[in-house]
Design a protein around this ligand. Structure first.
Ligand code: SF4
Length: 87
């Protein structure tokens, strides 16, 4: 089992959430944008952490891909914020 992680710089907005979930593999640059420090994942534990980081990324910038190149993070879209009007 081998997977890879990457951060799409065109989608990343510098929330730094991915670094909280997977600090062993993600560094932050001087502006707080995520940078992948270790791109190859080769343990189940790290794969779970990578998937959690991908699920937590609000912009869908954090991507986990399997050995065959398919996206392995649930193929999620960026979340929409729903706001209800106060009564
Ligand atoms: S959580 Fe997503 S948007 Fe935020 S720094 Fe990480 S990859 Fe970028």
């Amino acid at each position: 089992m081998t997977a890879q992680i990457r951060i799409d710089p065109t989608l990343c907005r510098g929330h730094a959430i991915c670094a909280l979930f997977f600090s062993d593999a993600v560094d932050l640059d001087q502006w707080g944008f995520g940078k992948v420090a270790v791109s190859v994942i080769d343990s189940e534990r790290d794969l779970r952490r990578a998937r959690r980081a991908a699920a937590a990324c609000p912009n869908g910038a954090f991507v986990v891909t399997g050995a065959d190149g398919s996206v392995d993070n649930g193929a999620r879209r960026p979340r929409r914020l729903r706001v209800r009007a106060a009564r």
